[in-house]
Design a binder for this molecule. Sequence first.
Ligand code: TRP
Length: 78
Amino acid sequence: MDNKSSLTGEYIVIKAMEDGVNVIGLTRGSDTRFHHSEKLDKGEVMIAQFTEHTSAMKVRGNAQIITSHGEIESESKK
Ligand code: TRP
């Protein structure tokens, strides 16, 4: 891909509302798999970008997620 900026650049903000929140990066391309998992403790903030390597992110645990599309809170299972 020549113009990488056409498919990257967006940042999201994730604030952990509890200990042990996981932010998982999933690969771009035909093979969709986890490539990185970052653990956040309560109050910690991660600012993450979609890149040529990362097409999706999964958040596990209770966190506040702020994106250009809006704000949402992920919930923990129990
Ligand atoms: N090396 C990864 C990349 O450039 C780092 C990364 C970017 C990442 N955004 C992420 C890891 C989101 C986990 C979640 O794509």
